[in-house]
Structure formats: structure tokens, C-alpha cells
Design a binder for this molecule. Structure first.
Ligand SMILES: Cc1ncc(COP(=O)(O)O)c(C=O)c1O
Length: 310
């Protein structure tokens, strides 16, 4: 027995710095800069099973965000987008996966250890593994119970929130741990101003009087790719979408509907916040529309430009 976490059982290889290496050999030094200072950037991408084989969802957008995140910290990724694309596709083929989660990561590696990464080399890895619904299938149908976290989201004036930085995820870890410890499935974090920012790994949408609101980029959120997808699908269906909303905590409680979006969460209804039932306390009709459109789009592959077939 490998003694590996269940989710990684069956994973044979990882791509590390240009080579496919055995899972067990994908190792780095304990004096890696990113381990000490959180100086890494990463992505989370889904590859879906389709009739034409595995299809990576919005790969180019994820890759762009990956490089943009790196640019914030002068992490000069020593591979081209084309090389990373080829390596990812090859990895999925080698693992024989029809659907999976994809984790690209780039970080300052083992070099002189000090705050300024200076001459530390940039290392890059790609891993893929099978993955189902993040918050569970029931959550997609019934919704999740969430709580507003006592931890605030760091402000974009403190740490860029448009970059997906490894170190900053301690904020999400704290919010998530607190929510779980208190019996909730997920958290909502408020920003420094006390308005709604997002979930620890999700963007948030609110429905009121048939119109859709999501917190704007100036609210210290990550510009989620599923957020952009949901906005586009909703607008295509004729919904009015306010994508630069400021949402107060109280407005959560009185919303007709709330839902999360994210690569992991896909489109997940929120049925209660701080024990206040939202709407009818289950998936609402607008959320259902968006979620249905989302999964239909994935099943049909209609939006060709969003899929990269492996
Ligand atoms: C903090 C945070 N917000 C939002 C999201 C949703 O982004 P995306 O839809 O690109 O996965 C994520 C997930 O990556 C996240 O970590």
C-alpha cells in the first residue's frame, strides 16, 4: 500500500520542471523559498469528460491568470504557455483520465533563503487527479449552509487579490476551518470595509427581484473564471447582471437567492447564511437556471471556444 491520500491513489506521474517523474519522486527541498514565504502561484482547472474525449475548461483563461499571478511577484515562468499546454495534455493522456482536476503551480524554489527571492530558481509543476463535486452532489441540488467568517479577506491594497498566490491561501484556510468547526459547510468572507467579498475558494452571487448581483473586482476578490462564465451565461439568458456590486452582510440575509461559483464549487446554491434561511431554503429558480445552463454547456460543448480537447 502506498499510504497516499485516497485522492491521489492511482496517480502515476507528475510533471516537474520539464520532466514527467514518478509520483513518489516529485520532491522538493525543505529550504524551498515558497515553503517559507508563500512565494508561489497556482491554478485550479477542471477537465470534463465529453463525447469527444476529455476537454479542459477555459484553459487559456486559467493559463493567462497563472502567468499574470506570476508577474505580480516577478515569478518568471521558464516555460511557454504552449509548452505547459502540451505537458498538461500529455499528462492527462498518460494518466488515462477522462475527467480530472489540474493543478499547475510555479514557485520560487531552493536557493539563498531570504525575504527577497533574488536568485532562487523558479520551479514549475503540473499534477492531475480525478475529482468529483467539491462540496458534494447533494450540495449542488440542495445548497450549502454557510457562515460569515470572523476572518476578513485581506485587502487588495495589502496583497494583490487578482493573483492566485499560495501564501495568501492561509486566509481561506482559516475561514474554512472556522466554518467547518462551527458545523457549516463553507464560509463567506467580508472585506476590510466589512462588505461581502467572496467564499474561501468561490465567488458569490446574489439574486434580488429577478436581477443578479456579484461582488465587483474592487471588493478584494479573485476574478473567478467560473464567475465570468456564470455572468456570460446569465446575460445570454436575458438576466440583468450587476458585476460590480457592493453587497452588505445584511443583504445576504434578505436575498431571494445566493449561490457560489468556482472551478471547484461549479455553481452551488447557498441555502442559509448564519442560520438564516435564504429564499425557500433550497436551490432557487434563478440559481437553477444558471446551474442548468452551466452543466448543459459542459455536456454539449456548445461554447467551443471554452474547451480544449485533449
Ligand atoms: C479565493 C477564490 N475566489 C474565487 C475562486 C473562483 O475562481 P475560479 O472560478 O476561477 O475557479 C477561487 C478559486 O480558484 C478562489 O480561490
Amino acid at each position: 500500500m502506498s499510504g497516499r491520500p485516497e485522492m491521489f491513489e492511482g496517480v502515476d506521474e507528475i510533471w516537474l520542471d520539464g520532466e514527467f517523474v514518478d509520483f513518489e519522486d516529485a520532491q522538493i527541498h525543505v529550504l524551498t523559498h515558497a515553503l517559507h514565504y508563500g512565494t508561489g502561484v497556482f491554478e485550479g482547472v477542471r477537465c470534463y469528460e465529453t463525447e469527444e474525449g476529455p476537454a479542459i475548461f477555459r484553459w487559456e483563461e486559467h493559463l493567462d491568470r497563472f502567468f499574470d499571478s506570476g508577474a505580480v511577484y516577478d515569478i518568471d515562468i521558464p516555460f511557454s504557455k504552449a509548452e505547459l499546454t502540451e505537458a498538461t495534455e500529455e499528462l492527462i493522456r498518460r494518466e488515462g483520465l477522462q475527467s480530472c482536476y489540474i493543478r499547475p503551480i510555479a514557485f520560487y524554489g531552493y536557493g539563498p533563503l531570504g525575504l527577497n527571492p533574488g536568485k532562487s530558481p523558479v520551479q514549475v509543476a503540473l499534477a492531475v487527479w480525478p475529482w468529483g463535486a467539491y462540496l458534494g452532489d447533494e450540495a449542488l441540488e440542495e445548497g450549502v449552509d454557510v457562515a460569515v467568517s470572523s476572518w476578513r479577506k485581506y485587502a487588495s491594497s495589502q496583497i494583490p487579490t487578482n493573483a492566485k498566490t499560495t501564501g495568501t491561501y492561509v486566509n481561506s484556510v482559516l475561514a474554512s476551518q472556522e466554518a467547518k468547526a462551527n458545523g457549516y459547510e463553507e464560509a463567506i468572507v467580508l472585506n476590510k470595509e466589512g462588505n461581502v467579498a467572496e467564499g474561501p475558494g468561490e465567488n458569490i452571487f446574489l439574486v434580488r427581484d429577478g436581477e443578479i448581483y456579484t461582488t465587483g473586482l474592487a471588493e478584494s476578490i479573485l476574478d473567478g473564471i467560473t464567475r465570468q462564465t456564470a455572468i456570460e451565461l446569465a446575460e445570454d439568458m436575458g438576466y440583468v447582471v450587476h458585476d460590480d456590486a457592493t453587497i452588505s452582510r445584511g443583504e445576504l440575509y434578505t436575498a431571494d437567492e445566493l449561490f457560489f461559483t468556482g472551478t471547484a464549487a461549479e455553481v452551488t446554491p447557498i441555502r442559509s447564511v448564519d442560520d438564516n434561511e435564504i429564499g425557500a431554503g433550497t436551490k432557487g429558480p434563478v440559481t437553477d437556471d444558471i446551474q442548468t445552463a452551466f452543466f448543459e454547456m459542459l455536456a454539449s460543448g456548445d461554447r467551443e471556444e471554452w474547451f480544449r480537447y485533449v
